[in-house]
Design a protein around this ligand. Sequence first.
Ligand code: GTP
Ligand code: MG
Length: 304
Amino acid sequence: MALGDRLRGGLSRTREVLTMPLEDLVRGRRPLDAAALESVEEALLAADMGLPAVEEALEVLAARSGEIASGGLPAMQAVLGDQIRSALERPDRVEPFSERPWVVFVVGVNGSGKTTTIGKLAAKWRDGGRSVLVCAADTFRAAAAEQLEVWADRAGAEFHRGAEGADPSAVLTDALRAARARGHDAVLVDTAGRLHTRTNLMAELAKMTRVADREIPGAPHETLLVLDATVGSNGLNQGREFAKAGGVNGLVLTKLDGTARGGVAVAVVRELGVPIRYVGVGEDVEDLLPFDAGAFARSLVGGE
Ligand SMILES: Nc1nc2c(ncn2[C@@H]2O[C@H](COP(=O)(O)OP(=O)(O)OP(=O)(O)O)[C@@H](O)[C@H]2O)c(=O)[nH]1
Ligand SMILES: [Mg+2]
């Protein structure tokens, strides 16, 4: 399946929520009056775009209502799609593999999809001919490391873990030394979603960041915060904590296939000020897509 089809498939639930009222509206081919705008507002809020972004979008729709009335649904989709695209666009200066090894921390709360994302990413990079080491720095749950090992085997990546309950920073240090010694192109680091208290978790991540930089100056080159789209904007508070503590410079939005709240992409980028780097649209290894704001916006609102 082509990437575009995969993305459109993954976003189909959100697109349904968004386009039903749009289709109803433009069928009448009339200027958008207050009642009409209200139903668009409801749809955008239901898709979890967040109030500030929704208000902005409504202003633009109102200002261009004549054009929409004469152009019908395609015009509506173009205007709204443009608005969503520009809300999602953020300068992204990260250039994977510009350093060797390229070190990526993957952080986020329990169950958000960290391990799965690492597995998918390792497979993608291996397919591209890169050698990859994955490090299980979640030493608190044995099952966490085992799950990562399964993904590593499947992807053909080297797997590194420490003893159960070991200091994650010590495990990381060993993994980075091994990666350097063996000349790996990339290191993907899986982290715990929860420790005894949230504060400990943030302190642990900060320590791991210092340790990585000491072993490989500039590392981690990416810290990806994984957010579960099915939780929608309710997950934003957690996102803020991670973003504050951990030097997060990229987002991964997972489980878009299981939700009608795909508009949350707009809310998280706006709130956290960090670009989305990948989206997850399923549980299979191919279901991680590089993020493209234009393609994402078009898949959300439908049309060309
Ligand atoms: N449908 C769907 N499921 C996903 C996606 N990404 C992850 N999952 C599922 O979400 C569940 C949790 O994923 P994990 O990768 O184990 O999450 P985690 O963040 O590593 O969880 P902890 O290790 O407990 O912190 C698994 O059942 C995954 O298959 C996605 O994009 N779509
Ligand atoms: Mg995990």
